[in-house]
Design a protein around this ligand. Structure first.
Ligand code: PLP
Length: 465
């Protein structure tokens, strides 16, 4: 037999015996099945996404969604002229989301798909900054918020806007509407309530914040708009707490972002940004691309971007409709409440958010009722040994002496899985009571609920000042 013929067992092929190229660009080619096996096997070391209760993002998709994603692998959403139906489906989604969020005039609103809430938040923030400038704003623009996701720190730093984060006070973990006035001035471009906090899962009181801003306007004449970060609440409250007023029903709400790839149920890489009216999106942010012999407005930070996410989001919307989303999301809330009940029954934990659809998202957050020999980082670490990824982390800066834990329950997580988790938690707690670890946040493993800035904002400010 000639020497050069490869053995027909994959694991005896030379590519695998050479190992995975790691440093520098590889010199040689390998058979695709060998390269595939190397990559596939390496990924076995990743966590199991459906057991990852630290993420807010979609970890379950049905076969039709997977099929549409595979079929649209080659669709660039920016090529509106070449793929006009992809553009059309995106526009239908924008109209559907605007309708869901009660945009008052279907002919007037504008919106776009994005890669996620971060891009959508940047666009909402930029629009507010440009509107402020058009009103004659000069000096350093600022925005006012409570404990926000890291995308708002990014917005502040990348686009030179001062972030005025109202410190927490009392036992409340969301922004107090009555605190806002002290932080607003003529350079405040917007107030950003979070509708579904990343820390706790709780909704901030958008209607209360709007009323506080009405008061400020009556007293000072300052007319300050609201951008709602509804990353995960935007596809929950419309179905499960429809009477909660947080969206365009409040005239002060000029723009809203949400992540299609969180509670919107779309695959990773889908977000939405919607403005109440065309005038709320300054012309400077809009670029035109060719579309069916004419042109179409685009306003994104990216140029090329996959089209499958918007396509599959459209599939989700028409497949489920309002009734289907209500059924799916209410069931997720029930599963979250089942977890909260189980945790509460242990007597060890105090619930911060127990999965009540009127108070927050499909998540549960809790703290230790009293000090124990072990801490929540220990618990997070022990649970990880069974494959459960559940984040423990400190509260925001002004309350960072306190550690909490949060589990985000998502489509595809069942009551039965909650029971398995609670049984594992019981085992972990029994062990930790005997052998507490006393881990620090850094020691408890490299994953947390969100990114944090490498250089805290106050240090940047002092470096500048
Ligand atoms: C997840 C999240 C973001 C960031 O959204 P991505 O879709 O991950 O970019 C922003 N704000 C809140 C409140 C979030 O939960």
């Amino acid at each position: 037999m000639p020497e050069a013929i490869e053995p027909d067992d994959l694991f005896a092929m030379t590519g695998l015996s050479r190992g995975a190229p790691k440093d520098g660009f590889p010199d040689h080619e390998m058979f695709p099945q060998v390269a595939y096996e190397i990559v596939h096997d390496e990924l076995l070391l990743d966590g199991v996404s459906r057991m990852n209760l630290a993420t807010f993002c979609t970890t379950w998709a049905d076969d039709y969604a997977r099929r549409l994603m595979a079929e649209s692998l080659d669709k660039n959403i920016v090529d509106k002229d070449e793929y006009p139906q992809t553009a059309e489906l995106e526009q239908r989604c924008v109209r559907m989301v605007a309708d869901l969020w009660h945009a008052p005039d279907p002919a007037a609103h504008v919106g776009t798909s994005t890669t996620g809430s971060s891009e959508a938040a940047m666009l909402g923030g930029l629009a507010a900054k440009f509107r402020w400038r058009a009103r004659g704003g000069a000096g350093t623009p600022n925005f006012v918020c409570g404990p926000v996701q890291v995308c708002w720190e990014k917005f502040a730093r990348y686009f030179d806007v001062e972030m005025r984060r109202i410190p927490l006070r009392g036992d409340r973990l969301t922004m107090h509407p009555e605190d806002i006035a002290a932080y607003c001035d003529e350079n405040t471009i917007m107030v950003v309530p979070t509708f579904g906090q990343t820390y706790t899962g709780l909704f901030e009181d958008v209607a209360g914040i709007s009323a506080a801003l009405d008061d400020i306007e009556a007293k000072t004449g300052l007319d300050i708009p609201i951008h709602v970060d509804a990353a995960s609440g935007g596809f929950l409250a419309p179905f499960c707490a429809p009477d909660l007023v947080w969206d365009f029903r409040l005239p002060r709400v000029k723009s809203i972002n949400a992540s299609g790839h969180k509670t919107g149920l779309a695959p990773l890489g889908a977000g939405w940004a919607i403005w109440r009216e065309r005038a709320d999106l300054p012309r400077e942010l809009v670029f035109d691309v060719d579309y069916l012999g004419g042109s179409m407005a685009t306003f994104n930070l990216n140029f090329s971007r996959p089209g499958g996410q918007a396509i599959t989001q459209y599939y989700d919307f028409i497949r489920l409709g309002r009734r289907g989303y209500s059924r799916v999301q209410n069931e997720i809330y029930r599963v979250a409440q089942h977890l909260a009940d189980g945790l509460g029954a242990s007597g060890l934990f105090e619930m911060i958010h127990d999965g009540d659809p009127r108070r927050g998202i499909t998540a549960v957050s809790w703290r230790l009722r009293e000090t124990q020999d072990f801490n929540l980082y220990d618990l997070s670490d022990r649970l990880r040994s069974r494959g459960w990824l559940i984040a423990a982390y400190p509260l925001p800066a002004d309350r960072d002496d306190e550690t909490i834990m949060r589990a985000v329950i998502r489509h595809g997580f069942t009551r039965d899985m909650v029971d398995l988790l609670l049984a594992d938690m019981d085992r972990c707690l029994t062990l930790l009571r005997k052998h507490p670890l006393g881990l620090t946040r850094a020691e408890a493993g490299g994953f947390t609920h969100s990114a944090t800035a490498a250089v805290p904002a106050d240090q940047i400010a002092s470096a500048h000042g």
